[in-house]
Design a protein around this ligand. Sequence first.
Ligand code: NAP
Ligand code: MG
Length: 504
Amino acid sequence: MTVQQKIIVAEGPAPSAATAAFLAADHRLFIGGRWVEAAEGGQLDVENPATGEIVARVPAGTAADIDAAVAAARQAFDHGPWSRMTPSERGRLVWKLADLLETHADEFAEIDSIDNGKPVTDARAVDVAFSCELLRYMAGWSTKIHGQTIALSSSAPFHAYTLREPVGVVGQIVPWNFPLMMAVWKVAPALAAGCTIVLKPAEQTPLSALRLAQLVEEAGFPAGVFNVVTGLGETAGAALAAHPDVDKVAFTGSTEVGKLILGAARGNLKKVSLELGGKSPVIVFPDADLDVALAGAASAIFYNMGQCCTAGSRLYVHRKVYDRLMAGMAAEAARLPVGVGLDPATRIGPLVSAEQLARVSGYIEAGQREGATVLTGGRRIGDRGFFLEPTVLTGTTPGMSVVREEIFGPVVCAMPFDDDDIDAIVAEANSSIYGLAASLYTRDLSKAHTVARRLKAGTIGVNVHHVVDVALPFGGFKQSGWGREMGYAAIELYTETKSIAVAL
Ligand code: NAP
Ligand code: MG
């Protein structure tokens, strides 16, 4: 079955004057409260993936810039007014940042849409809205971080208690799939906890992090609390992960680079948290509400062009409902309007880069070579920008690369199962090196909870796939990562426990 995709708007509307002015501005690194050129003077082109055009240039920061940023963050942490602020003052600054972000929400949505390709409607409703929500949620924690008093087992009398202290200077390295939101996932709890930050955004999508730094400055955070160094992963990123004066590195990205981060962190044994890749299963039982299951399975893989760490890329459907669900997936793939992200009607934008288009297309070809069938999609759309048809592969088997490896594009492998043998389907769903997310669709309460308990993944959705909330711990089992973001779990990532015992 092939589906004719149409690009609804070739050019897309022009961005607002504010966004256009920001794009055209002279972009600098934000270090120690000042806007500076990269030490070695290099620059990176920033591309609009809907057109392939260069929309801005940002500094290519290197190890020397990371040194300067870490020194500024160290100074601010050890000696600056930041560490003397009360929790309430800190919380109010974080809340103020949320207010500023909300004021400029449309601009941030446009910037991420132009930079990443994503629909501006999604960027506004999800990326920016969630970022505001998370900043406010974490601002609330600022005043609620505390230790405990502890009764010791010693026969001598003691007064013993714990303190939770900020971990110190934090290096944060983020990917391109949700540029602003991935940054805020890390920045919000670190600020709430009282840490200082050096942020390295992805080379493909550095713009919203630089705009965020302007708001940090406007909000009145002391110099050096938040620093942004744009640049390449193998230079700026690697220098940050290896830096001896960084106390913790927080990384979101591929499992492959996550392992490099671990190696780099070894020198000073800095704390490490990792949010890595996934190959998340979606399981549809025969008693499921099929409309709900279809909506869930489609958004699991087509939302954000499948460039989600939690993408539901392995779809297991009971044979009784398989044909109906597949027809629905194909219809959904055809129905979603494809276009330039800035068009508010767009639901499917381009992939982030020519490289990503080639990578995802390569997987589709490999799948076909290994015996899979393209039920729908599979082809590039047009020759301008990096658009790809939402794709459903059938006839896939467990050994195929498309079933085992993270594709990070709008490509799902659909596989029927035959009976209600829970052991078999759970074993199949769990047969992955990853364990980030999973979802299952059923009306049977007992089956829902039984399967949810047995799936090896950090987040399980029942009758829903993408479940992310500011209060709900998020992170991976197995090679999907270390640590949990969101909720109080994120505060724990950015604090150390100190035990104090007073001999009475
Ligand atoms: P990536 O290549 O791993 O890059 C992530 C970040 O790490 C980028 O800022 C990158 O810089 C930097 N980097 C690259 N090499 C580095 C090195 N040697 N040392 C230090 N930093 C380095 O991942 P991506 O391609 O941007 O994003 C896609 C991947 O991220 C997918 O695998 C996806 O599953 C994963 N992801 C996971 C989550 C989660 O929460 N679990 C969320 C989003 C994405 P450059 O931009 O210069 O390469
Ligand atoms: Mg870009």
